[in-house]
Design a protein around this ligand. Structure first.
Ligand code: SAM
Ligand code: DTB
Ligand code: SF4
Length: 348
């Protein structure tokens, strides 16, 4: 049985070792994950983020899972960059509903410098509401990363998506190296990294192990690791892929928790297709962040009322906003109460 040394942060994971971890008896793996989770976090507290698509569709990339690629036949209403006021209104609603982080996604291969100025205005306005900010805009240059940092951005999301070995089956218009380079720019300027992947695209367990090694062996673990279950969208090349065994999903969440013990592991896209019991197993395996709100980017998310009820049934609480200057993830948790008029409180 793999007993994690919860005091050591490792960056030397080998695929064989990670595959061994993923293949442990389920109960042993979950025990290891829970040990790592409890050593670093309050196991009953979940970070809550809300997502908004600020620019939808018409993307030149060919990511095989994505509804927003202009190369696919998915039915989608394209939208230009949303006006600032609309973004701020959505962020305010998200905050009043208990989200502490507002994540904005754009269907770009990379932002132009003009795009970036428009997004920095959004980052500044959302930060002024007292929320953490995250944006995902595609590839970034070092200078663009600096610009976002100077605007006060908290996190940049850029997923590795899958293993280097499986990657070419999913995306051909940009390389794995390109992705690692963007992550390097983000780290170098001191932004927090949000990076993870998608499961259920037809990859093998070894691919999942290899992807987790890529994430854990980065010079610093991403502070946030979204684990998405493929949302199958009609018209995309990956539509119709065989469904992943739900226990494999849980195993991957658990292994992510063991390998990156101080990172927030987000049970990301795909929750609307999951049973409550499966989500509970993910929380038990160390997932401690979710997207909350009616939509992800272009697809529906789990229903908010349902999520509130699920939190109640499981005795989970939403994490309060991170105080300024906090360094180590998991170091500070404030008790928040359920209220109808949210404001400074979270009602999830
Ligand atoms: N266009 C930018 C990029 O790809 O870097 C940012 C937005 S993109 C939609 C952000 C991430 O969402 C992708 O890297 C992928 O991991 C995830 N994603 C997109 N479509 C998805 C789907 N159908 N199911 C699960 N995750 C998805
Ligand atoms: C991430 O890892 N998942 C989010 C966010 N980062 C940008 C996106 C999920 C998208 C799901 C499909 C859609 O709604 O289009
Ligand atoms: Fe474009 Fe991002 Fe979708 Fe890929 S994942 S097609 S880059 S919006």
């Amino acid at each position: 049985m793999h007993r994690p040394d919860t005091s050591v942060i490792r960056h030397d994971w080998q695929t064989d070792e990670a595959a061994g971890l993923l293949g442990q008896p389920f109960n042993d793996l979950l025990f290891a994950a829970q040990s790592a989770h409890r050593a670093n976090f309050d196991a009953n507290r979940i970070q809550v983020s809300t997502l908004l698509s600020i620019k939808t569709g018409g993307c030149p990339e060919d990511c095989g899972y994505c509804s927003q690629s202009a190369k696919h036949e998915a039915e989608l209403e394209r939208e230009r960059l949303l006006p600032l006021e609309e973004v701020v209104a959505a962020a305010r609603t998200a905050r009043d509903n208990g989200a502490t982080r507002f994540c904005m996604g754009a269907a770009w291969r990379n932002p132009t410098d003009k795009n970036l100025e428009q997004v920095t205005a959004m980052v500044e306005a959302v930060s002024a509401l007292g929320m953490e900010t995250c944006v995902t805009l595609g590839m970034l240059t070092l200078t663009q990363a600096q610009r976002l940092r100077d605007a006060g951005l908290s996190y940049y999301n850029h997923n590795l998506d899958t293993s280097p070995e499986f990657y070419g089956r999913v995306i051909t218009t940009r390389t794995y190296r390109d992705r690692l380079e963007t992550l390097e720019h983000v780290r170098t300027v001191g932004l927090k990294t949000c990076s993870g992947g998608i499961l259920g695209m037809g990859e093998s367990r070894r691919d999942r192990a290899s992807m987790l090694c890529q994430l854990a062996n980065l010079p610093a673990h991403p502070e946030s690791v979204p684990i998405n279950l493929l949302v199958q969208v009609e018209g995309t090349p990956l539509f119709g892929t065989d469904a992943l065994d739900p226990f494999e999903f849980v195993r991957t969440v658990a292994a992510a928790r063991v390998m990156m013990p101080r990172s927030y592991v987000r049970l990301s896209a795909g929750r609307s297709e999951m049973t409550d019991e499966l989500q509970a197993l993910c929380f038990l395996s160390g997932a401690n962040s979710i997207f909350y709100g009616e939509r992800l980017l272009t697809t529906p998310n789990a229903e908010s009322d349902h999520d509130r009820r699920l939190f109640e049934r499981l005795g989970l609480e939403a994490e309060a906003a991170e105080p300024e200057g906090r360094e180590a993830p998991g170091a500070c948790h404030k008790t928040i109460t359920a209220t109808a008029d949210a404001g400074a409180h979270a009602d999830v």
